[in-house]
Design a protein around this ligand. Sequence first.
Ligand code: IPM
Ligand code: MG
Length: 344
Amino acid sequence: MKKTIVALAGDGIGPEIMQAGLQVLDAVKAHLSFDYDIIEKNFGGAGIDAEGHPLPSATLEACQKADAVLLAAIGSPQYDQAPIRPEQGLLLLRKELGLYANIRPVTIWPALKHLSPLKEERIADVDFVVVRELTGGIYFGEHRLEEEMARDVNEYHVVEIERIMRQAFELAQTRKKKVTSIDKQNVLATSKLWRKIADRVAKDYPEVILEHQLVDSAAMLMITNPARFDVLVTENLFGDILSDEASVLSGTLGVMPSASHGTGASLYEPIHGSAPDIAGMGIANPVSMILSVAMMLRESFGEELVARKIEGAVGASFAAGIVTKDLGGNASTFEAVEAIIKHL
Ligand code: IPM
Ligand code: MG
């Protein structure tokens, strides 16, 4: 049966990089064990413009029926005063699709090592994954803003912590078998519960080592010794912050894909934003989107071999020096895609 892939191009550089991702998908089409339809829908600012809401109901319905969702990028300063901002649409989509597990792998591309803000010897063996809880915590608690006070509520339930822990441990089993659980248990009640559940779940995975780190010290270790990590698991807000920190180890935000898994279709997206300053100029780095397509092929459709081929082609075109401006090159988005497809 034909698979359905929903493509949400969104805002800023979103449409350009989505096109790039779909071009690469098309290039490997003949090698896939399945056929697919792409359904394009409005989302984010584009949803506000076309249908008055960042997550129009037709978009949500299409995502609920899809086999996988690709998202490029959302947000733009022009929506800063909008009654419902594009980012709200993303949070709603995560919630509605039950996407509680956000997987953000951090790999160093040999050809890009010189771009890292860290010394080369420090990043040589870096290869870890941030597993971020995505549908709970302070993002989804009460937000109240008054003249003289404001409040954001951080709430976690055992089921929410347990299922994200299991994701982390399952993943660690396929890797270097080490989970670092990150919390702030010297201060926060939610973190005390987090740590307790981490210890409990760890008992079911005796071959995986569990360590705990406080989030402040984890932020420091990520700079001083990032190679020590394998799988990091943490709550929504800490995961947001740490995954941005982690993403620059490779020298650029522009090459980092992510997957979000839940109860239904998974969603794949670059971890960077919509870069409105360079939108429409044809110079955006398409790699994170292309790697998100590879992640989708691997994790939603079991196409390990094709996924690896795409990743290999990305590495080869980096090595050939065909890179966009953000990576110190002068290739356009189109030229970068062409080079990757050529290496395929
Ligand atoms: C991310 C982003 C989002 C988040 C924003 C756009 C709401 O920063 O995916 O990391 O904070 O989760
Ligand atoms: Mg973020």
